[in-house]
Design a protein around this ligand. Structure first.
Ligand SMILES: [Zn+2]
Length: 126
């Protein structure tokens, strides 16, 4: 039997739009025999959320210095490799860190250019 749409009705009274389970006419949420599987999925989701909450708690509330970002990235990598962190969360952290590094680098370049311009007499010393 090819899996089609779930034949159950939602709480709102509309036809369920979820994919029926293989060999069944209903989806995971409407399958009376899948209570244990639903409970496991909910537990997995809860665990991922608590991992994220734990990571958030471990972050300082003050703006981070670049060395702090390196430390956080180390923790992210450690948790990712230990299977304690969802890859999408680690990806997002890496993207933010990249942006952070780019801004830090741009600021440093600006400082160096200012110093060179000052030394070249093109700018009044601060
Ligand atoms: Zn359904």
């Amino acid at each position: 039997m090819k899996a089609g749409r779930c034949t159950a009705t939602t709480k709102a009274g509309k036809p369920c739009s979820a994919q029926a389970r293989p060999g069944k006419r209903v989806c995971l949420w409407h399958d009376a025999e899948a209570a244990e599987e639903r409970r496991k999925n909910a537990a997995k989701g809860g665990q991922a959320r608590s991992n994220l909450a734990r990571l958030k708690r471990s972050l300082p509330t003050e703006p981070l210095a670049f060395t702090d970002v390196q430390g956080v990235l180390g923790a992210v990598l450690r948790d990712l490799l230990a299977g304690k962190l969802d890859p999408p969360v680690a990806n997002a952290a890496a993207n933010v860190a990249r942006a952070f590094a780019a801004i830090a680098q741009a600021g440093e370049m600006e400082d160096r250019i200012r110093e060179l311009e000052t030394r070249a007499g093109l700018r009044e010393p601060a």
